[in-house]
Design a binder for this molecule. Sequence first.
Ligand SMILES: Cc1cc2nc3c(=O)[nH]c(=O)nc-3n(C[C@H](O)[C@H](O)[C@H](O)COP(=O)(O)OP(=O)(O)OC[C@H]3O[C@@H](n4cnc5c(N)ncnc54)[C@H](O)[C@@H]3O)c2cc1C
Length: 483
Amino acid sequence: MGTNSPTRVAVIGGGISGLAAAYRCIELADESLQPLQMTMFEAGDCVGGVFGTSHIDDYLVERGADMFITNKPWALDLCRRLGLEDQLIPLDETFRRSLVLRNGRPVPVPDGFMLLSPAKVWPILSSSLFSPWGKLRMGLEYIIPRRADNGDESLASFVRRRFGKEALDRLVQPLVGGIYTSDPEQLSLRATMPRFLEMEKAHRSLIRASKRQASKQAAAEQQGSGARYGLFVAPKGGMTVILDELERRVKERAEIRLDTKISRIDPVEAGGWSLTLSDGSTQQFDRVVIAIRSHQVAELIGDFDNQLAKCLRKIPYASSAIVVSGHRLVDISDPLDAFGLVIPHAEKRKILAVSYTSRKLAGRAPEGRVLLRTFVGGAMQPELLEQSDEEILRMVRDELSEILGVGGDPDFAIVVRYQNAMPQYHVGHLELVEQIESRTKTHPGLALAGNAYRGVGIPDCIHSGEQAAERVWAADSATTHPT
Ligand SMILES: Cc1cc2nc3c(=O)[nH]c(=O)nc-3n(C[C@H](O)[C@H](O)[C@H](O)COP(=O)(O)OP(=O)(O)OC[C@H]3O[C@@H](n4cnc5c(N)ncnc54)[C@H](O)[C@@H]3O)c2cc1C
């Protein structure tokens, strides 16, 4: 950039990805002393997209994400830049363990089991989750050779190949299904959990690799150089703390137009982009970050790049819902002595997982009460979402009663629906994303951000927004569109 006329930037979508992009643009403008004229367009009546916090009675209720991972640095780094680092709290150690349903009853996930791989052998051997044959098959992982083929592979195929079918059906499918609400037969391992492929490549056995990693970590902790944070954190006052501060800072320097949907984008011949708003008016910008779902992007750009639109439409999405409910502990017979419970598809239940949210994070429920978040639907049970809210509430109530002995009337119970909100990273996803990225690069001053491409978690979304801001900021303002 090198002129003193302001650079006109539009950010489409006011979810966490769009907000992170807008804030990064402000930082880049300040660093380069370049005047910025920015507008954020948000179709809804508030920013935040699928996440946000509200207070119901004395409960602190998250509508979407309730914490974020710290081993991907971007969310933590943003919190530091926003001055929010001191407000982050770790997970409460008191109930640190997870449960998995087996024959209708909650059973602990073996200690040291990290999504796909066990760092300890004894907890597996002593677990009632697996049959003797299942345990033996898991143990064979130690000697199973690497896969020769370097191509993408589904999560299910990888786990069956290394640990056997029982490990997949009874443990890995529900643990991973809870995160991605996906079918493991279709989920791309390379796009979702590449580190397990790397572990296999480098160490052959995941058990061996996990053990080495665990002993390295223990040594680092002994020397006092362990990670400062636990693996997951959240702001004490809820995820909205991040959202509110981002919104405040963006508002200081940009206009945020709520209830304003962008219905199309067209390249302007002399350079830049014309945006058509929901009221039919148009506005021109030099740079545009599009931070909305990939199939929604396809609707906007289909007229000028049909090929890109086709690729974007190939990313499927799943729908889900959460029932958030508050209960008196005396009304529940289960001790709820864990962070939550995941439910294998093979158990044939109507819920995917239950997060015991107030056992995980302090300050989420009043004394003597518990806040539960029960997940429903996803790629494997979409039909359950065809029910009305009342039917979903009844179904969840019956399930919680049978599985956890939840009785009495809850203090409150609400249904939050996420229609086509979770992108599904199927086998071949990264190749598709590479095509999308190389096609997008041919459009000067245009960048895509969001959870559809290289990660669904909050840190990934923030990273994608920041990278998109950096890309449009670095674009040459004199460049016109290729004809
Ligand atoms: C139930 C649930 C629980 C989750 N839990 C966690 C968790 O605990 N930790 C974690 O790290 N991640 C979690 N995630 C994932 C993470 O929250 C999401 O991936 C992330 O918030 C997505 O943000 P986004 O900005 O990319 O998209 P969105 O939040 O979908 O935002 C997109 C925005 O664009 C707007 N928009 C769409 N079209 C237009 C248009 N044409 N014009 C203008 N505006 C438009 C929409 O209204 C929306 O506000 C969870 C997700 C869900 C659904």
